[in-house]
Ligand binder design. Structure first.
Ligand SMILES: Cc1cc2nc3c(=O)[nH]c(=O)nc-3n(C[C@H](O)[C@H](O)[C@H](O)COP(=O)(O)O)c2cc1C
Length: 389
């Protein structure tokens, strides 16, 4: 990625990982960027680093502007290795630099990754750091999505370096929201929220409130494009993502060996459609769980189906439910039911029902079970049941 000057003396110097298709299990169909920002002031400051494999790339781009040895501060907004992996390489060159991170969690996390051997400066909520003409102000956003997370605001330039908040996994040679298709940037922001931040809804609401209180010209996240022309749109989108309100939408998620549970799923979709509820059918054999989470983010209704395999649900469904359990925020108000075909014991449907109930979802229909292949009449009955609950 080429160096881009965001404002006079402030540069985007991060890397594009065009072919990354998995980010710790999240499918990144459009690749990833690891954004880093360089501020030229009396104190030369790098905001975040990149993934380890891109360290040379980062240093080369910094060298286009200034000798990397002159870096005074390396602000680490988040310890996770997609932002911090290149820290040792940067510190190898910038021997006198100080790593600025949240106290105490950032300090603890960075030391556990990279050792005690660097100059560290821990900053507490609301603390500021003067770079000369500019100031950096640190807002801690703990558990969004690690204990150490913070966002960094530069009031003189009205830039919020938001790290993971407002980010998107979207590799592009462009830098800004108004240079790309906005619908793609927002779709990827939604997927990012659903898969990384959804569990931490309360913290995301607080970060959103903190953001709204700032005078902002640019939101520069650590992944994807920088928001400058569509700040209102991304904040409105976060307002929607973080709201407890759901939409009149259903997602019918299943796996099936011989299509019996699949036939049931199709009838369930028809039943929802009859009620005027938009429903999406989602076969776990062909839909990645991270895409399913995006579909689910604002859906009020969830139906989960599996046939019984060896006294259990199908492994794909178990994996999906585990992922869903991990990402479900407290007090999630959704309506759900289980369905599936079976041969003899038929345990899968009860197990799914229990999982959905344990998530705190309101169970709106008794588990729907069909022995082996559903008849046309049984399918019509399922459709009618869903259309009437
Ligand atoms: C390898 C295998 C193991 C199965 N184990 C069970 C089981 O333990 N209990 C049960 O009730 N049915 C079991 N069945 C039967 C299926 O649940 C049944 O065929 C069902 O109709 C398949 O639905 P599907 O086409 O949606 O996968 C098994 C089927 C297969 C192929």
């Amino acid at each position: 990625m080429k160096v881009v000057e965001l404002k006079k003396g402030i540069y985007s110097v991060g890397s594009v990982d065009w072919n990354a298709r998995s980010f710790h299990g999240y499918s990144t169909n459009r690749g990833i960027t690891y954004n880093a920002y360089l501020i030229i002031d009396e104190k030369i400051t790098l905001i975040d680093a990149v993934k380890a494999g891109f360290a040379e790339d980062l240093l080369d781009r910094i060298a286009e502007i200034i000798d990397p040895a002159k870096i005074d501060y390396l602000v680490s907004n988040h310890v996770e290795m997609d932002h911090s992996g290149a820290i040792p390489a940067v510190m190898e060159v910038a021997k006198n630099a100080t790593i600025v991170t949240s106290a105490p969690s950032g300090l603890k996390g960075l030391k556990a990754h990279y050792g005690e051997g660097y100059n560290y400066l821990g900053v507490k909520p609301g603390e500021t750091l003067s770079l000369g003409k500019r100031t950096l102000s640190f807002v801690q956003t703990p558990m969004l999505h690690w204990p150490d997370n913070m966002i960094t605001y530069c009031p003189e330039e009205k830039i919020l370096f938001s790290n993971d908040a407002y980010g998107q996994h979207y590799a592009t040679s462009k830098c800004f929201d108004d240079e790309v298709d906005l619908s793609i940037a927002l779709e990827e922001a939604k997927k990012y929220y659903a898969n990384i931040l959804m569990l931490y809804r309360a913290q995301a609401q607080k970060a959103l409130e903190a953001t709204k209180g700032l005078d902002i010209d640019m939101i520069a996240p650590s992944h994807g494009v920088i928001w400058r022309s569509h700040i209102k749109e991304i904040l409105k989108a976060y307002e929607e993502y973080t709201s407890e309100e759901t939409n009149e939408e259903a997602v019918v998620i299943y796996d099936s060996m011989w299509h019996s549970t699949e036939s049931m799923a199709l009838s369930i979709v028809e039943g929802f459609a009859k009620r005027g509820i938009t429903a999406q059918l989602c076969d776990l054999k062909v839909n990645h769980i991270s895409d399913v989470m995006t579909m689910l983010l604002k859906a009020k209704y969830i139906a989960v189906g599996s046939s019984t395999l060896n006294n259990n649900m199908l492994p794909s469904v178990a994996a999906f439910l585990t992922y869903l359990r991990g990402l479900t925020p407290k007090g999630d108000k959704r309506k759900a039911f289980a369905f599936g075909s079976y041969g003899w014991g038929g345990q899968s449907v009860g197990l799914i029902n229990d999982e959905l109930a344990n998530l705190g979802y309101e169970i709106i229909l008794e588990p729907i079970k069909i022995n082996y292949v559903p008849s046309k009449e049984q399918l019509r009955e399922i459709e009618a049941k869903v259309a009437q609950f």
